[in-house]
Design a protein around this ligand. Structure first.
Ligand SMILES: [Zn+2]
Length: 149
């Protein structure tokens, strides 16, 4: 009779160099980054956006978000061109929210996640980014502690 070793060897350990994030974690990182860009004012008409929520409610969204680096096939950009999403202010001026200011390591880990996840879902990275942005927007708009109507 062989004695089967009781000690359970942890199968994963050092081999996981890239921690796998969940979509919820990715969304919360993106949301936190976007929320840091507020308050913000429209440089053209001076309209003041107090928060990301205020911005989403008072601009009209323009097309899908773009990761210019991913578009160029550059998934670990040392000098990122950036990722941006555009919206029109009520005055007609185009406003952008971008990945500028995000630490490189964080940007890279989000992009690495996006690349793998898009492949797993058989989506283009653009489609995945678009769906993440929509979910961020839905979360931000759903969370309405104050106003009943
Ligand atoms: Zn404006």
């Amino acid at each position: 009779m062989l004695e089967i070793e009781n000690e359970t060897q942890p199968t994963s350990g050092l081999c996981e160099t890239v921690p796998t994030m969940t979509e919820a974690e990715v969304i919360s990182q993106i949301r936190a980054h976007l929320e840091k860009q507020f308050p913000k004012a429209c440089p053209s008409c001076g309209h003041h956006f107090a928060s990301l929520r205020d911005y989403l409610l008072n601009t009209s969204h323009l097309g899908p978000a773009m990761s210019y680096d991913a578009d160029l096939g550059n998934w670990q950009p040392a000098k990122p061109v950036g990722t941006a999403t555009y919206a029109n202010c009520r005055c007609g001026n185009t406003l952008a929210l971008t990945s500028a200011g995000m630490p490189l390591e964080q940007l890279w880990s989000l992009m690495a996640w996006g690349r793998e996840e898009a492949a797993r879902r058989r989506q283009s990275p653009q489609e995945l980014l678009g769906s993440l942005c929509r979910k961020v927007g839905q979360q931000v708009l759903a969370r309405d502690p104050g106003k009943p109507a």
